[in-house]
Design a protein around this ligand. Structure first.
Ligand SMILES: [Zn+2]
Length: 181
């Protein structure tokens, strides 16, 4: 019997053509909120070399499928694989790769997967460093520290706080030396 992906075994048995779950009031099956035209639009933009535009569309879809009120894990994973494929085809998309890592980081922290979340912060820092994008690296450190501050309270309780602060200062000095980026 098909079941609602949100209510799972606590929910009612549904018919396979059910459009709204009577228990939670949203479309009950994976992918029902996804509009395939969005994927076509992303592909069209990519063909026109608007890789950032293609990413924006897929990223918005990913966010709406990982929303607190509508978490469609299976569809989110599918969209994520499209985003990763886009990045593989265009490895120069460092800014977007960092942005997506930060989105993953925030989501994972929200669901308590803190270690995995921190892996994404580290991945984002590696991506930024590889292309000498100090501005991006700074953004990652700040986003990471802001979440860690909420988790740990006083700065001295945050793991690696001193190291991160030192790196932050180092980057600010480098940015100043190099002038505007
Ligand atoms: Zn339901």
């Amino acid at each position: 019997m098909p079941e609602c992906i949100f209510c799972e075994e606590d929910g009612p048995d549904l018919s396979s053509d059910c459009e709204i779950c009577p228990d939670c009031g949203v479309p009950p099956f994976s992918g029902m909120m996804f509009n395939p035209e969005q994927k076509e639009e992303a592909a069209r933009l990519e063909k026109e070399d608007d890789f950032g535009g293609a990413f924006s569309i897929l990223s918005e879809e990913w966010k709406s499928h990982t929303d607190v009120d509508y978490f469609d894990e299976k569809m989110a994973e599918t969209i994520e694989s499209w985003i990763e494929n886009l990045f593989e085809r265009h490895p120069e998309m460092s800014a977007q790769r960092v942005e997506f890592c930060l989105d993953k980081m925030t989501l994972l922290h929200f669901y308590g997967a803190h270690n995995e979340a921190i892996d994404f912060a580290e991945k984002a820092i590696r991506i930024a460093k590889d292309v000498n994008r100090f501005d991006l690296e700074l953004e990652v450190i700040d986003a990471h520290l802001s979440i860690q501050r909420r988790r740990y309270g006083p700065a001295e309780h945050i793991p690696d706080y001193v190291l991160l602060k030192e790196r932050r200062q180092e980057i600010e000095d480098l940015i100043q030396q190099n002038g505007e980026l």
